[in-house]
Unconditional design. Structure first.
Length: 212
């Protein structure tokens, strides 16, 4: 992460998402996401904000690129974990695995942009993600559609990589004029993964907050 707080994970995943879905526009976006800056971690807030601003003008392509970038962020986050940690998490009982993957998700959010945090709470197979400081949602004028797709897709993919199937939706988004970015996470088969299935002394651990 550079001095501006922009993580390589974020800019690299955006670059790859654009390369996949808007290949004819890649040269244009590399005016800000240039390969040298990507390698050296020198992409700052101003060029990143410019990229996001132009992407929003691409219409539906914005959502698709943001979703693809979120998937890459999840995959690369998991790939960078020590092999023993990946194996250990996958071998955990469902409730403990959910707790551990939630912690990885929070870490992933911090690694995208230093000013971002995720406050996650689970109850009976349903989770809420209070996303704070999302750079995707920093807009001058309110927009009609939520801009949280990057993080929704990242969380969805991260859970899938650890065999937890979820649906993620955006309930509120600061970009639309709401007071916060709030996402809901629903586990498709919550019977064995919910907090209710964990012993009483473990349930408190499933309510993950922001690390101080």
């Amino acid at each position: 992460m550079n001095d501006a707080g922009v993580g390589r994970l974020l800019v690299a995943s955006l670059h790859q998402g654009i390369a996949d879905l808007l290949p004819s526009r890649l040269e244009f976006y590399e005016s800000w996401l240039n390969p040298a800056g990507l390698r050296e971690g020198r992409i700052g807030l101003a060029p990143l904000a410019a990229v996001l601003s132009f992407l929003r003008q691409e219409g539906e392509a914005y959502r698709l690129v943001a979703a693809r970038a979120g998937e890459y962020s999840a995959e690369w986050t998991v790939a960078e974990l020590p092999a023993f940690e990946r194996t250990l998490v996958r071998a955990m009982p469902d409730a403990m695995r959910l707790r551990l993957v939630t912690r990885i998700a929070r870490r992933m959010v911090r690694q995208t942009y230093g000013g971002s945090r995720a406050l996650v709470r689970w109850r009976s197979g349903r989770g809420s993600v209070d996303l704070r400081g999302s750079i995707f949602c920093e807009v001058r004028d309110s927009v009609e559609q939520p801009l949280c797709e990057f993080y929704a897709s990242a969380i969805r993919r991260l859970m899938h990589l650890f065999n937890i199937q979820v649906e993620v939706g955006t309930d509120r988004c600061r970009a639309t004029g709401a007071g916060q970015c709030l996402m809901s996470v629903h586990i498709r088969n919550p019977a064995s993964t919910s907090a209710q299935s964990a012993p009483a002394d473990k349930q408190a651990g499933l309510h993950e907050g922001v690390e101080r």
